[in-house]
Write a protein that binds this ligand. Structure first.
Ligand code: KE4
Length: 429
């Protein structure tokens, strides 16, 4: 069993000065148990922890590292930008180039505003939608995560589309109360919400490829329903592509499904591993943003030159060949895992959209959060820890997406599959 002594020591130190010892909860390994690995370095498809253990990495910093870690072109671009100054609080040419690249790639995006996190992007898109429609309510879906803005930390009550209940202490009923929550893929719940309160709904927001309850694809026609019903009721359709943007296709899920939103939020891949996110969409809506319009939004480090240099370099390397290569890698890994579990008689679902997929230990097809939650997450924890011990770092939660990168070789993926075949019989009980 590889040593984790230094990670354990650091984790003990961290817990005395950082809540839970981490700067983001999922990193704490709470749902899989064990000691979070403190990472010392990363290169290509591999991460190295502080005890010297090397892993094939399928977390990829939760999405940004689509080209692998420390990609030379991105390192060089960031270094070059850094030497010219790290932050000016003033406009730069590179921000214009990044906005133009996003406008060119993402269907329906005429204008873009950069921010520093996905949470800022979705929070701002919601405010903009409420500002332009003068309506208070938003409709989201159970199991979808859009960052930690108050109005989006609302969980579903029982029943069809219910008014959101605060999903965290500190979120007031006031801020969650204007959030309607429906089950994903439940067309009747969406129709019911609009029939009951359509004229008060400013926006529908969804992850068009959910990746925060595991990957739970939209059923055929569901995204088209969201597009039609928002258009019919004068509501804004917001596709939260922070995770799926530039991941499932260059134009994200909008391109993959052929559904054009009014607003799109982006993050992760567009920052190349730096704090950079964005929201964009129809010009008539985006022009309502300050300073051109009355809807206020701002950010000290928005469009940061170093982050923009890295993100722009990453986007410029993501051509059609890149997406073909990503899907080949993901298909190989997914197929190998399915075969390994089938051979061992382990019931598993591995839903996928393009190169995004996740592993649910259940025999039931997973179409919404209820079924995702009913999967055997204890078995996922056993899978996670057994793979980690063998040098393969999957997401430390069954509610996350598995990411390959263009740096993963066939050898890396086949080694991961071999490890899964070896341990699958232990998961059969
Ligand atoms: P950030 O504020 O974490 O940059 O983005 C929030 C966000 C918004 N929308 C979607 C679809 C997202 O997936 C996210 C963040 N994703 C998580 C991964 N499940 C980030 C990892 C973490 O929370 O540490």
């Amino acid at each position: 069993m590889p040593s984790t002594r230094v990670s354990q020591e650091l984790f003990a130190r961290a817990r005395s000065v950082i809540p839970g010892g981490v700067n983001s909860p999922v990193r704490a390994f709470r749902s899989v148990g064990g000691t979070p690995r403190f990472i010392a370095a990363a290169q290509g498809a591999h991460v190295l922890d502080v005890d010297g253990n090397r892993y094939v990495d399928y977390v990829g910093s939760w999405g940004p590292m689509i080209l692998g870690h420390a990609r030379p072109e991105i390192v060089a671009a960031a270094e070059e930008a850094l030497r010219r100054g790290s932050s000016f609080g003033a406009p730069t040419e590179a921000e214009v180039e990044l906005a133009e690249a996003i406008v060119e790639a993402v269907p329906g995006v005429d204008m873009v505003r950069c921010v520093s996190s996905g949470t800022e992007a979705t929070m701002s898109a919601i405010r903009l939608a409420r500002g332009v429609t003068q309506r208070p309510r938003i409709l989201k879906f159970a199991g979808h995560y859009h960052g930690h803005a108050d109005s989006l930390l609302a969980s579903a009550g029982s029943g069809v589309a219910t008014f959101g209940l605060p999903d965290s202490p500190g979120v007031t009923r006031g801020s969650a109360g204007d959030t309607l929550v429906a089950a994903w893929n439940d067309a009747d719940a969406v129709r019911g919400a609009f029939a009951a309160a359509g004229e008060t709904i400013a926006a529908v927001i969804c992850e068009p490829v959910p990746g925060n309850m595991g990957v739970v694809p939209a059923l055929p026609g569901f995204l088209e329903l969201l597009r039609a019903i928002t258009r019919d009721h004068g509501a804004v359709l917001i596709l939260d592509e922070v995770m799926s943007g530039f991941r499932v296709a260059r134009g994200g899920a909008s391109e993959h499904y052929g559904v054009t939103a009014d607003l799109v939020t982006l993050g992760k891949v567009i920052g190349g591993g730096y704090p950079l996110a964005a929201f964009g969409g129809r010009a008539d809506i985006m022009r309502q943003l300050a300073p051109e319009g009355p809807v206020y939004q701002a950010g000290t480090l928005s469009g940061n030159p170093v982050a923009v240099a890295a993100g722009l370099t990453q986007l410029r390397l993501l051509d059609a060949e890149a997406y073909k290569g990503l899907e080949q890698r993901a298909d190989r890994l997914r197929g190998g895992l399915l075969a390994a579990f089938a051979e061992a008689g382990v019931a598993v679902q591995i839903p996928a959209v393009a190169s995004m997929f996740s592993v649910f230990f259940t025999s039931r097809p997973v179409h919404d959060f209820q079924v995702a939650k009913a999967a055997d997450h204890g078995r996922y924890a056993r899978f996670f820890n057994a793979m980690l011990a063998r040098g393969h770092y999957f997401p430390p939660s069954g509610y996350e997406a598995i990411f390959v990168s263009l740096a993963h070789t066939t050898g890396d993926i086949d080694a991961t599959i071999a490890a899964a075949r070896e341990l699958a019989p232990d998961l059969a009980d």
